[in-house]
Write a protein that binds this ligand. Structure first.
Ligand SMILES: [Zn+2]
Length: 139
């Protein structure tokens, strides 16, 4: 992961409050107070090389699965190429803000999608193990 890629991830994960054409306010959770420097420091201890915090899927494996979808070898679940290209950021406890970087981990798209904001970290363990096993079986 290059510094440039990390900064891009940080910027994509900024807190956003947007007003839609119909007047509806849409809030996207993300970094409000955390600075780029703090995020870059967090990365050094984030165990990115160990892969998904929950199932262990590596960033490289995630990209291979992304390619399977984008080339039509698997049904595309990337939401138009926006998801699953690489490991994503997840809050272990979704009730805490992204600014609490001790609560933020790297997570594969499939775990992030399945965990959503519903399961607690401990509750999600058996689900993550199953996801990891199935992902390993896909080449
Ligand atoms: Zn995972």
């Amino acid at each position: 992961m290059t510094k440039k890629e990390l900064i891009k991830i940080f910027k994509q994960k900024k807190y956003k409050k947007e007003e839609k054409k119909n007047g509806k306010i849409v809030i996207t959770q993300g970094f409000e107070k955390a600075t780029e420097d703090k995020f870059l420091k967090w990365f050094e201890t984030s165990n990115f090389e160990k892969g998904c915090h929950y199932c262990g899927t590596s960033n490289d494996k995630s990209f291979k699965l992304y390619q399977l979808q984008r080339t039509g070898k698997r049904h595309d679940a990337t939401r138009g190429g926006k998801r699953s290209k690489r490991l994503e950021l997840d809050r272990k406890d979704p009730s805490l803000p992204y600014d609490n970087l001790k609560n933020v981990v790297w997570c594969c798209y499939w775990c992030n999608n399945a965990k959503s904001n519903f399961f607690a970290e401990k509750e999600f363990e058996p689900i993550a193990k199953a996801i990891g096993r199935v992902i390993k079986s896909i080449s």
